[in-house]
Design a protein around this ligand. Structure first.
Ligand SMILES: [Zn+2]
Length: 54
């Protein structure tokens, strides 16, 4: 199951989902509500994808 721990400074958000697509939805929602990223900038997205553990 893919999982993700937020790369944001001092952010303790963690998520996991059945598929990477579902996980990306959760991450996008978190980024929007907590980090005011809507959408997530491409340079951050690269780091987000690198931080996903399968
Ligand atoms: Zn976060």
């Amino acid at each position: 199951m893919p999982s993700f721990a937020c790369i944001g400074k001092d952010c303790k958000f963690e998520a996991s989902a059945a598929t990477e697509a579902e996980l990306m939805t959760k991450i996008a929602e978190h980024a929007k509500t907590v980090h005011k990223m809507d959408p997530i900038p491409p340079d951050i997205m690269v780091k987000v994808k690198a931080a996903i553990k399968n």
